[in-house]
Design a protein around this ligand. Sequence first.
Ligand code: COA
Length: 335
Amino acid sequence: MANSDKKYSAVITAVGMYMPEKVLDNAFFESIVDTSDEWIMTRTGIKERRMLENGATSDMATKAALDLLKSKNMSPEELDLIIIASVTPDMFFPSTACLVQGNIGAKNAWGFDMNAACCSFLFALNTGAQFVQSGTCKKVMVIGADKMTSITDYTDRNNCILFGDGASAILLEPSEDFSLGLQDAILRVDGDGRENLYMKGGGSLNPPTHETVDKKMHYIYQNGKAVFKVAVKGMADVSYEIMQKNNLTADDVKFLVPHQANLRIIDATAKRMGVGSEKVMINIHKYGNTTSCTIPSCLTEYYRDGKIKKGDKLVLAAFGAGYTWGSTYLVWAID
Ligand code: COA
C-alpha cells in the first residue's frame, strides 16, 4: 500500500515474549553428536537454545500473548485480529491462531496462521499492518512462535545444533503520525529454492506412513552450504536495497534487526549496509534459530533493556526456506 493510500500508519505499541526454561547448551550437543563448542561458536555464533519439554507451539504463543497484554494492561477482548507466524503449528487444522484466541479469551478477534518459513514473522507483520493501515482493524497481534525441536533430528549434527523453541508477540495499532511505524517493505519468494531446505514428509505430497517416519522425512532437511550462500546474498542485498529506496545512511539506522540463523550471515548483512556490530540486534547466542520468533524476541529484549526509543529507525531483515526473504523499514513508536 503506497503511503498516500494509507488511512493510518501501523505502529508497534507493545511487545511480549516467552522462552521455555530448559537450556540445551553446546556441551549437550558434544554429548550426543560428533561436534564441539568451538565449531558451533565459530561457525554459527550459537551457545545455547531453549527446548519446550511439554506442550506445543500454541502454549508458547499463548504465554507470549499474555505477557504482551499484561505489559500493556490491556484486555484480550480488545483484540481484532491474531496472526500466528509459524512453521510448526500444533496441527494442520484448526489453525494455531484459533487455539491462541481461545486460550487467551480474545472473543472479538478473528485470526489465521501464516507460514513463510524463517520469513514468517516479517510477512505476517506486513500483512497485519495492511489491516491497520486501511482502517479495517484497530488492534492486531502478530505472534512469531515455533517449536523447532519438534522437527529436529538429534542425530544430524549439521542441523540439530542450529534450532531452538520460543514465542514472541507484537501489537500493531493505527497512528495518524506517519513518521512513526512501518514505513516500507521489500518481500520476495523464489520457489526454485524449495529443495535446499524443507520438510519432506507429513504434507499431502508425502502423507505420514511408517515408511516416511523410518526415512526421517518429518525432520528439517537442509543443504546448509547452498542455503548459506543465497542467504548471505539475499539478506544483505535486500537490507541494502531498502536503505537506498528510503535514502537511509548507516548513520540513520539505529539497529539492524536480522533473522538469527547464523552470525556469519548477520555479519555479512551488517557489512553490506555499512553498519557496525554495535548496531545489530543479536540474541542468537542465547536461543539459536527460533525461526518465526527471532525478530520479535530481539525487538522485545532490546526495548525492555532500554536500548530502543521512540523515533529510532530500524531495518528488519530475514531469509528462509522457499526461498523467502525480505526487509522492512520501521520507526519505533514506544517511549
Ligand atoms: N560439528 C562439527 N562439524 C560439523 C558440524 C557440527 N555440528 N556440522 C557440519 N560439520 C562439518 C561438515 O560435515 C563438514 O565436514 P567435511 O568438510 O568433512 O564434509 C564441515 O563441518 C564443514 O561443513 P559446512 O557445511 O561447509 O559448514 P559451514 O561452515 O557451511 O556451516 C552451517 C554449516 C549449517 C552452520 C551453515 O552452512 C549455515 O548456517 N547454513 C545456513 C543455515 C540457515 O541459515 N538456515 C536457515 C535459513 S533461515
